[in-house]
Write a protein that binds this ligand. Structure first.
Ligand SMILES: Nc1ncnc2c1ncn2[C@@H]1O[C@H](COP(=O)(O)OP(=O)(O)O)[C@@H](O)[C@H]1O
Ligand SMILES: Nc1ccn([C@@H]2O[C@H](COP(=O)(O)OP(=O)(O)O)[C@@H](O)[C@H]2O)c(=O)n1
Length: 222
């Protein structure tokens, strides 16, 4: 029986950080579905397509692969260009489109099928893997998330202001929770963790407690 761990939550709550460390410690796969929306969002934005038929045409030409933990778009490895606030806004804009969600959800379900895996995003516990063995809904205050993302981008040398980061997070929170299809919401059977006052290690330990109790997994690394 596989152990699929779904971690959903808003921007900057710590999903990627926690998911990567968990996957590493448990020796299992990890999938960042947000990166997939960022890749497709930027691509469609560059193509300047808006209506469904043009989007469908573009998606039919795209080859999105996930190889050894890296994404490749039409054979080219994807890098940090998808991590800018603008890429997040493009992702969130096209993530409202049913046709984009269908295209990416199919790939995500294929990757995670019958695997021991940590999958993070917005709709993992509600749509992508509704029968996940473990569902975590990871949140934090808006200010704390903006502060974290701002520091993260500065550390990466991205030239942004705190206001720009805060506004991007507020915009995406709104779009992600209010959209018609697959909105960001806490699954009824998810465990809520508010990381505002917890360190990364404390969040990881809380999740590990549940995982080791529910799944037949062992810690590969401390
Ligand atoms: N509990 C925490 N306390 C302090 N900083 C955190 C915490 N969780 C994550 N971070 C930091 O916040 C930034 C955003 O985290 P990330 O994992 O990218 O969030 P998400 O994937 O939910 O958008 C990263 O620099 C990360 O190191
Ligand atoms: N499973 C997912 C993952 C991301 N997304 C969209 O993609 C955007 C970027 O996701 P992300 O996880 O990279 O963003 P952060 O939480 O890392 O800031 C989100 O704001 C959502 O609009 C989604 O709709 N469904």
């Amino acid at each position: 029986m596989p152990c699929r761990i779904a971690i959903d939550g808003p921007a900057g709550s710590g999903k990627t950080t926690v998911a990567k460390i968990l996957a590493n410690r448990l020796g299992i796969y990890y999938l960042d579905t947000g990166a997939m929306y960022r890749i497709i969002g930027l691509y469609l934005d560059e193509k300047g397509v808006e209506n469904d038929s043009d989007i469908e045409k573009e998606l039919s030409t795209i080859k999105l692969e996930f190889i050894n933990g890296d994404f490749y778009l039409n054979g080219k490895r994807v890098g940090d260009e998808i991590r800018t606030p603008y890429a997040g806004i493009c992702a969130s804009k096209y993530a409202k489109k049913a046709i984009v969600r269908k295209f990416l959800t199919r790939i995500q379900q294929k990757i995670s099928k019958n695997e021991n895996i940590v999958v993070e995003g917005r709709d993992i516990g509600t749509v992508v893997i509704p029968d996940a063995e473990v569902k975590i809904f990871l949140v934090a205050s808006t200010e704390e998330r903006a502060k974290r993302r701002y520091k993260e981008l500065l550390d990466k040398g991205v030239n942004v202001s705190y206001e720009e980061v805060l506004n991007e997070i507020i915009l995406r929170d709104k779009q992600d929770t209010e959209r018609e299809i697959a909105p960001l919401r806490q699954p009824d059977d998810a465990i809520l963790i508010d990381s505002t006052k917890y360190t990364i290690e404390e969040v990881i330990n809380k999740i590990l407690e549940v995982v080791l109790e529910r799944c037949k997994l062992k810690l590969q690394k401390e």
